[in-house]
Design a protein around this ligand. Structure first.
Ligand SMILES: [Fe+2]
Length: 319
């Protein structure tokens, strides 16, 4: 018992300084990404790409398409965030100016990165209130879907939520939780939490269910499907349960998790003893992404029709 207390204290001390680049334990698996030569150890690009008028037109068209769909489907905090940052003023936003405005609101900045970055660096940036955003924009050919997050997904999808003070704190806490996940080799479980909140989260508002996840808000199909379709399950968020749940990367989700409020999301994350949770979790996932289990507080039980018909590529209709 004495031994246990001593170890916890040491772990806690290590977690108080987030200014240094984290050291990755040798046994922790992360995707084998190769660092491009022109970026530093922190994987930041020296400066933001200079976009031409075609790029700016792609941004404007994507922006318009989403804003035609999102009222009544996106969370109020998100819609207010797009206005506060004036993301529709025309063209790809300038990161410097946006960071100044965002910094004045919640202390966050947006920094350019060439591609997906390694997990430990991603956590480090978040823990220091820096959001790494893709330094490129999709083409007309990949207008409807790209796998790599570009500047539209990252800035339009994620940054408006960072104007909400409570959500902004949640994102920083998430980065800090990443530290502990690395130490226990549980990045996969923490990845599921990110997936079901930051990327695909839903929130209960007085007017009904709304989306706050960037993966939903940056595409036209999932924005309608996640909020209105009969196919997916919608279950109240339970952090412990979500971190044991598998997820799909390249198709619409069979299950979404709903929060009561951003305060509730923050509390569930901060009050969680991640060190204990990581020690209890097995290395894989316990629940399939279609599962509804005994402890779930179900908002809507989905028909799962879209998923059972075969999902993307099968001709199944999302709505
Ligand atoms: Fe994202």
């Amino acid at each position: 018992m004495v031994e246990e207390t001593r170890i916890m204290a040491t772990l806690a001390q290590e977690e108080t300084d987030f200014t240094e680049l984290p050291d990755m334990p040798a046994d922790v698996f992360t995707a084998p990404l190769k660092r491009p030569e022109h970026v530093g150890e922190d994987w930041l690009e020296p400066k933001q790409t200079e976009y031409d008028s075609d790029d700016d037109a792609i941004w404007d068209d994507l922006f318009k398409r989403q804003m035609d769909i999102l009222p009544g489907r996106a969370a109020t905090a998100f819609l207010e965030g797009t206005e506060k940052l004036d993301l529709g003023k025309g063209g790809v936003p300038d990161f410097g100016k946006m960071s100044e405005e965002l910094g004045a609101m919640t202390g966050w900045s947006v920094v350019p990165v060439p591609m997906l970055i390694p997990d430990h660096l991603f956590f480090w940036h978040l823990a220091n209130r820096r959001f790494p955003a893709g330094n490129f924009i999709r083409t007309r050919e990949t207008f409807d879907y790209i796998q790599e997050p570009d500047v539209f997904h990252d800035v339009f999808g994620h940054v408006p939520m960072l104007t909400d003070p409570v959500f902004a704190d949640y994102m920083q806490e998430y980065g800090r939780a990443g530290w502990r996940a690395m130490r226990h080799n549980r990045l996969k479980a923490l990845g599921a939490l990110y997936w079901y909140t930051v990327e695909f989260g839903l929130i209960k508002e007085a007017a009904g269910i709304r989306a706050y996840g960037a993966g939903i808000l940056s595409g036209p199909t999932e924005a309608v499907y996640a909020v209105e379709a009969e196919s997916p399950n919608r279950i109240m968020l339970n952090v412990d349960r979500v971190m044991r749940t598998d997820y799909v990367i390249s198709d619409l989700q069979p299950t979404y998790f709903v929060i009561e409020s951003f305060e509730d999301l923050f509390r569930q994350t901060v009050e969680r003893d991640f060190d204990k949770l990581y020690r209890d979790l097995g290395p894989g996932f316990t629940y399939a992404n279609t599962a509804v289990i005994d402890i779930d507080y179900v908002v809507n039980r989905g028909t799962l029709e879209y998923t059972l018909r075969g999902g993307r590529g099968s001709g199944a209709k999302p709505a």
